[in-house]
Design a protein. Sequence first.
Length: 130
Amino acid sequence: KGSLDGSAKVASVDVKDENLSAHLQSPDFFDAERHPELLFSAEDIALGGENVSARGELTIKGLTKPVEVTGALTPPLVDAFGRERIGLVLSTTIDRNDFGVSFNMPLPSGQPAIGDDVTIVAELYFIRGS
């Protein structure tokens, strides 16, 4: 049985539009000044060949909710320094409103400009310890 804990700085969220990037840091979205990190913790991890699933808790904007992440392991390889490493790509889709990220505005058609479902992807790399 393993566990997985991690965090990502809200400032690391990458989007193409600089105006949107600054807006994402504001209280309308992530409120990065008061909540500078996204957190994930899982104790219930299942491996099946290359497939991985984990049930844990995701914290965004100070709100913690249960989530299930799924993904795949990459085959082991030896890096340029002679260390064995594997990669793990995990993803989950959440409703951003569940985490207090509910800013929106209507388009001219009356439809909301921003969808509620957001996919979060984490790319992790592990190096075998000596």
